[in-house]
Design a protein around this ligand. Sequence first.
Ligand code: SF4
Length: 375
Amino acid sequence: MAAMGKDVVLRVEGLKAFYTSKKGLIRAVNDITFEIRKGESVGLFGESGAGKTSVALAILGMFEDISRHFASTAANEDNVRLWEMKDEARKKGITSKEIGVDLPGVEGHIWFEGMDLLTLKEKDYRKIRGNEITYIPQGSTKSLNPYSNIEEQTAEGLWAHDEDDELNEFLVIKKVLQTLDLVELGDVDLRKGMKPSQFSVGEDQRVLIAMALIPDPRLMIADEPTTAVDMAIQLRIMDAIQIAREEMHLSMLMISNNQGTISQTCDKVAVMTAGHIVEFGTTETIMNSPGHPFTRAFIMSNPSMAVIRKIKEKGMRIRGIPGTPPDLSEPTIGCPFKERCEYTLDICRDKKPEYREVEPGHWIMCHRYEELPSW
Ligand code: SF4
């Protein structure tokens, strides 16, 4: 991808995020690059296990701590040795590529507002996490405190980052009410003292969105924010996110395997499978003229109404992606989609395709893009 432009809020460059498990080293995110501009919303779109949440955790500076925590449950000799090598390499300032061994942890660059987050100390990261970069986690209504009312919980992010003691109760309450209004919670004045259990799941979800919006972040990461609610509520929550985002000129990384969610909220889409971004482009390009065989197969496996119409017009059948995703404990040789792709040739097995720009702003990782039938 091109060098970082002035209005780029986040640039993820050559990011790798590996962790250890009982199966060995899992290459969850394997050398991905993308960027998000000011006010832009980019979707990470792909099947479960593709590495989408690992990307979010890496940006938030949480991937390595969580990996080390879980490493203790899979602490065989090989895994312990890998983490020791990682610590040694870090002390010496060398990368896994330089020593020729894949290591656990995060490598690459995560540029945020011009600084590389991967070089920050934890105390500096804490000033950014939950403040300049906020997060709506997956299955997130469980993360609300059942004993605290929604006014207190929405205000937490403000108080936690008030290092210069600039806030007062009046300002905080005003901001809480404004933000809960912005996500259209309804009757905020009357209900601000109520606990999460007194709201519907959809309303709790709005509280979580308000918590992510209240610090006026530069970037909000939303990880499958509507999986717990039905379709009608999903649409209303997506609307609330869009309205708030436009009002605040907020950049967003939306993580989802749902075409509707991505289409409704994203300007651009990065398609992920097996830890790789295999296609990147505008939402219109990805949803209406996908170029990569994985993107096409993934869209066809769970089609929107527009795709169903197209499938019928072309006399095709709706079908799932054949086979299972590759074993990420094995290094990727060749194309990460080679075992499930209907167009695989020998070159796909032997050589990893380059990630190349096939038209302005449209990136694809496939040897055979030019030879594929039109969509
Ligand atoms: S590189 Fe080969 S295996 Fe991979 S998506 Fe393209 S055609 Fe399919």
